[in-house]
Design a protein around this ligand. Structure first.
Ligand SMILES: [Zn+2]
Length: 157
């Protein structure tokens, strides 16, 4: 990496730190030419992914949107910040693996989010399903609610 001070071609990494549950890395660097010290941060990011909406329009993929949806669904249910971050990362990994070239359908993203929520929290899953506008099959949703209710009734008190 070039020195931002004197534009010398190479700088030395003096320290590498893993941040945010291994989702980011900070490197402290020093220029051997002018002695300038600075740091760089490497952050996990999904780049250049387009989302095809149901109406056929495209929009750039937004981590922010996923985070908001999952946050609403999991409100007051997932206490650990680490687990929350890991969930988002797992969702994004699946989004990337499922995307064909650089495009993914919004309903596919919804399915991926639901699959992950279902694994970790049934109530969050139902909540997400009920706010998720692209929910394909309302019958399936109803079945899930009924399953959840019957399970509660069977629980010994
Ligand atoms: Zn320099």
């Amino acid at each position: 990496m070039r020195c931002p001070g004197c534009l010398h071609e190479d700088t030395k990494v003096v320290e590498t730190r893993v941040l945010d549950d291994a989702m980011a890395i900070r490197r402290r660097r020093e220029c051997p030419e002018c002695g300038f010290r600075f740091s760089t941060k490497e952050q996990v990011e999904i780049l250049n992914l387009k989302v095809k909406k149901r109406n056929g329009e495209f929009e750039p993929y937004s981590t922010e949107k996923i985070v908001r949806c999952v946050h609403i669904a999991l409100e007051k249910r997932l206490k650990s910040e680490d687990r929350y971050k890991r969930l988002i990362a797992a969702i994004e990994r699946d989004v990337q693996l499922t995307a064909k070239s650089d495009t993914i359908e919004s309903s596919t993203i919804g399915d991926i989010v639901m699959k992950h929520l279902k694994k970790i929290d049934k109530v969050a899953y139902i909540r997400f399903a009920s706010v998720y506008q692209d929910f394909e099959d309302l019958v399936e949703f109803q079945e899930e609610v009924e399953k959840l209710i019957s399970k509660r009734h069977k629980k010994p008190r």
